[in-house]
Ligand binder design. Structure first.
Ligand SMILES: [Fe+2]
Length: 245
């Protein structure tokens, strides 16, 4: 079973990176816990380009009691960054959406029929709080879907309340959540449990998207490490992960 998965592909991993378009990152300057300023954003983008990434959809957090970003704050930061890329003649396609924490503020936005920032078409990126198991995920997905959106769930492998209960990933997928795994999870960066959960979702063909979830230089140094590239090649090279763009 899982023959592709167990196969060791030790050779030819050099230069391999599983995505050339990234749909999850925090590289807009100064509006969440990602890049603090323009210089850092530009530095991170140059490193993304070195990895073969040509396009990013930046997804700043929208969290009610922490980062109450709006389309305005996000588009202003995007514009600043685009202008800087242009003035430095850096060829990189960047747009913006958001990573919506599923909290009371988010549910209010849905109920008020506010227009949400989408990754593409009607796809929105959502995340659960790490602190507590979401009650009634079926009700949440139903509300999102009836509002006309399709939810992508960011990094399901990072939620401790699902460890040891992997069937929940199948369940979330059945409820309509498109599952997005963080590349860093496959390197062990977030610990063994996240790594095992990510492997489970890959083995069971539950992963719809991959993203960097890049916040800062520490993430970048792990993403570009040769050992990480080797792992990515081993587990991800059986499939084209960019087909969504
Ligand atoms: Fe994120």
């Amino acid at each position: 079973m899982f023959s592709f998965f167990r196969k060791e592909k030790e050779t030819n991993h050099k230069g391999y990176f599983p995505i050339s378009a990234d749909m999850h990152s925090h590289i807009l300057p100064g509006i969440d816990d990602g890049s603090p300023n323009l210089d850092t954003s530009i530095k991170l983008i140059k490193e993304l380009i070195d990895l073969g990434i040509t396009k990013s959809i930046a997804t700043p957090h929208i969290i009610s009691d922490l980062y109450r970003n709006t389309p305005n704050t996000i588009n202003n930061a995007l514009e600043l960054l685009q202008q800087e890329l242009k003035s430095q003649e850096i060829n990189f396609e960047i747009s913006a959406a958001a990573e919506y924490m599923i909290d009371t503020y988010f549910l209010e936005l849905i109920q008020k029929k506010e227009q949400l920032l989408t990754i593409k078409d009607n796809l929105i990126l959502t995340e659960f709080s790490y602190a507590s198991t979401p009650q009634e995920p079926g009700k949440i997905s139903f509300e999102i879907i009836t509002a006309g959106y399709k939810p992508i769930l960011a990094h399901p492998e990072r939620y401790p309340f699902y460890y040891g209960n992997y069937k929940m990933y199948n369940h979330l997928s059945d409820l309509g959540f498109l599952l997005q795994v963080n590349l860093l999870s496959l390197t062990g960066y977030y610990g063994k449990e996240a790594l095992k959960a990510a492997h489970y979702m890959l083995e069971n063909n539950l992963v719809a998207y991959l993203g960097t979830d890049l916040h800062h230089e520490r993430h970048m140094s792990v993403l570009k490490d040769d050992r990480s590239i080797k792992e990515f090649h081993k587990y991800l090279s059986h499939r084209n992960w960019n087909d969504f763009f």
